[in-house]
Design a protein around this ligand. Sequence first.
Ligand code: ADP
Ligand code: NI
Length: 214
Amino acid sequence: MDNLLISATIEYVKEVFATDFSGHDFFHTMRVYQMATKIAMEEKADLQIVQLAALLHDVDDRKLSPETCENKDRAVAYMRSQGLPEGMIVRVKDIIGEVSFAGTDSVVPKTLEGKCVQDADRLDALGAMGIARAFAYGGNHNRVMYDPEIPPALNMGKEEYQNHVSTTVNHFYEKLFLLKDMMNTGCAKRIAGHREQYMKEYIDEFLAEWDGTR
Ligand code: ADP
Ligand code: NI
């Protein structure tokens, strides 16, 4: 039953993300699912809940589906269609509600399972994958890569962060370089350290080439 549910959910998210090119695609969901599984095994969290929440974490994303974001309607409807117990649906819905980065208003998930999913989602915004996703997102939203005249905005709360329009390089300072210290689990902290280092080297190179010093 468990594996059947997971494979059905993979098919469902494949359909949901078939037309997304903003860095929020099906493969992002699959990487989060795989990373969340790895973290959950190390942390001895409830694997079924973690895997389901990881697979469904973006189907009601604010940018993708603003009208269902508040109550996670699509995830809940999907889980109901699979006949899952109400208690399980609520657990998964609560985890999805806590996952997003919201500047200084970001929340620490209440449960170990939530911590695993949040860490896995955030790890996918770091490292080589994070760099690729940031520039893909920037292009998809018609943002300039960099403008030395526009400084990054620091310490933004949820409202400000969500309405903020800036450059892609600024996004590294406004979100990505903050994530390592926000990781919940030991496993994710280790991986985040390596990925952040790689991104910092990349931004150093980018700015040196921009300035003509390399
Ligand atoms: P998630 O919750 O899956 O991390 P987000 O919606 O916050 O998703 O972002 C999706 C991807 O797009 C992430 O890799 C994120 O870093 C990137 N992204 C989000 N906002 C911006 C932005 N303003 N500029 C560049 N990249 C962004
Ligand atoms: Ni995500």
